[in-house]
Design a protein around this ligand. Structure first.
Ligand code: SF4
Ligand code: SF4
Length: 382
């Protein structure tokens, strides 16, 4: 099946078979966090009207799409026609795109390029932007595109791979893309399928046996969408899983006496992807004590993600709620895996930390790990 058919089929089921029970609205984690959630059945009726050709989206239907945090927390909702709340939001975006109301000309990555230019040396720029096809490698590392807004995290991840010492090839982000980000923003499903197809064709051309994803969103995208039209002939691992499998190769010369809490990528947690690798890595660092926040594992909370921009009332509330949980558990450092969590958390901590007594620091796993290995690279967000 092609990705486009996957969406077309969901659209047909929605238009013809939806019973307007409202579970997809009621069960959405963003809707549940709103002080006054819209009426679920009415909202779904408005969405169906729009998807069937109605002139415009009602305020509540628009709210549902804008407040979406893209947390993937709705994939298991008991929809009788098997359409997720996220997929409905994507179909709305696709319809807006089709009508010319959500213009998009393809990714241009202006912020990513500016950060790479500003924060990297010439050698570092080359390292993270050029493909590497290593004939001795069966592993391909793909960082995704979004981490280029914080190239220090990517450079740290590469330091870890170098320390592990297994030969690997490299598929640079921006040149390659899993297709995730523009799909949701602009509903251009054809572009998404093409982008993902290009990445996997490159992986196959290298006879890849293991594709290591840095970005948790890419991994969720693969699991939830891409596997509908492409069954990879290689193993797909998270960065954490790959590091854990080679942890004995990493040396930690000095203890890192920190109490850390781990904010896991909600998408992966809700989907049951890689539940434990980062926790095991953190426990292996001498001196590091792992604490748990009130919500963790499958019960974790999203930090707001895309809703921080598209619907700040929802997004910023989610960010603060998570920071307050980190404070409550007594951590010195809040560890993230996903760089985008840093992108949102770190400025929020700077802006609101004093008012809420938030005295801990925030570090990406790549920063914490390389520091423990004796490699110091400043966090570009600090
Ligand atoms: S849960 Fe499924 S059937 Fe119920 S309103 Fe949503 S899409 Fe329709
Ligand atoms: S991805 Fe999260 S916020 Fe978006 S519709 Fe699903 S549950 Fe709601």
């Amino acid at each position: 099946m092609k990705l486009i058919e996957y969406y077309e089929s969901a659209l047909e089921r929605l238009k013809n078979d939806c019973i307007q029970c409202g579970k997809c609205v009621f069960g959405c984690k963003a809707m549940q966090a709103l002080p006054e959630a819209p009426d679920p059945r009415r909202t779904q009726a408005d969405i169906l009207d729009f998807l069937r050709g109605g002139a415009s989206l009602s305020a509540s239907a628009l709210l549902k799409t804008r407040a979406c945090m893209r947390c993937y927390g709705c994939l298991d909702l008991p929809c009788p026609i098997k359409v997720s709340s996220l997929q409905i939001n994507e179909l709305i975006a696709r319809e807006l795109h089709r009508r010319g109301d959500l213009p998009w000309d393809g990714p241009t990555y202006p912020v990513h390029k500016e950060k790479v230019e500003k924060l990297c040396s010439a050698a570092e720029r080359q390292r993270i932007t050029r493909p590497v096809a290593n004939p001795d490698a069966s592993t391909l590392f793909f960082p995704g595109c979004n981490v280029y807004k914080q190239p220090d995290k990517l450079l740290n991840a590469l330091e870890v791979l170098d320390a592990i010492g297994e030969p690997h090839s490299f598929a640079p982000g921006m040149k390659y893309c899993c297709g995730s980000s523009p799909r949701g923003m602009a509903g251009d499903v054809e572009w998404v399928q093409g982008a993902a197809g290009k990445l996997f064709a490159y992986a196959e051309s290298l006879n890849t046996k293991t594709l290591v994803f840095w970005c948790p969103t890419c991994l969720s995208m693969l699991q939830d969408r891409i596997r509908h039209f492409y069954n990879p002939p290689f193993e797909c691992l998270s960065f954490g899983q790959y590091v854990l499998a080679h942890l004995d190769r990493l040396k930690f010369p000095a203890a890192v006496p920190q109490r850390v809490a781990y904010h896991e990528p909600c998408k992966n947690a809700y989907m049951g992807i890689d539940p434990d690798s980062v926790r095991q890595i953190l426990r292996a660092i001498p001196g590091t004590q792992l604490l748990e926040m009130e919500h963790h594992g499958k019960d974790t909370l999203c930090y707001g993600c895309t809703a921080v921009d598209s619907h700040p009332e929802t997004g910023e509330k989610a960010t603060l709620r998570r920071l307050l949980e980190a404070k409550a558990c007594g951590a010195d450092t809040l560890i993230t895996m996903c760089h985008n969590c840093n992108w949102i958390f770190t400025p929020a901590l700077k802006a609101r930390g004093k008012a809420h007594g938030l005295t801990f620091s925030i570090e990406n796993l790549s920063t914490y790990l390389t520091k423990a290995m004796g490699i110091a690279r400043p966090d570009s967000l600090l």
